[in-house]
Design a protein around this ligand. Sequence first.
Ligand SMILES: [Fe+2]
Ligand SMILES: [Fe+2]
Length: 163
Amino acid sequence: MVIKDPQELFMRLLSEANNAEKQMTRALPKMARAAHNEKLVEAFQHHLEETQGQLERIEQAADSIPEIRIKRLKSHAMESLIQEGEELIDSTEKGPLRDAGLIAAAQKVEHFEIAAYGTLCELAGQLGHTKAKEILAETLKEEKSTDDKLNKLAKQDVNKRAG
Ligand SMILES: [Fe+2]
Ligand SMILES: [Fe+2]
């Protein structure tokens, strides 16, 4: 796919985000099963529900722009982040130490998503797609609050017990 203008770049990045979120709907249940701390299990389960909503938002954002269609393509970045998380799970036993590693892996994902949705919102604004920008800004907010929640969990609970 040759990208010729900002609209096509937006479509490409939105399609990547779509695939990244789909991968996370498969990864988050595994992360929840691997986690030990109850609050962390809940955080992953809650974010799975949010992620399903985020996938719907991507469709809504695409539907709000007639010239745009989501394409099938793979987010290699998300695939690698998830693989690192799986390797972490494989190399630890269930408990506080693995939880600390899971939080680190999950925060890498959230930071990646914050960067991705930040760009998408900015591009949507520049292209005059106000509705899409509003929709994607909701998701950006969720990713940021998930990152905050993980940060607090790491500081309050998990890292202390891992140490
Ligand atoms: Fe997400
Ligand atoms: Fe997320």
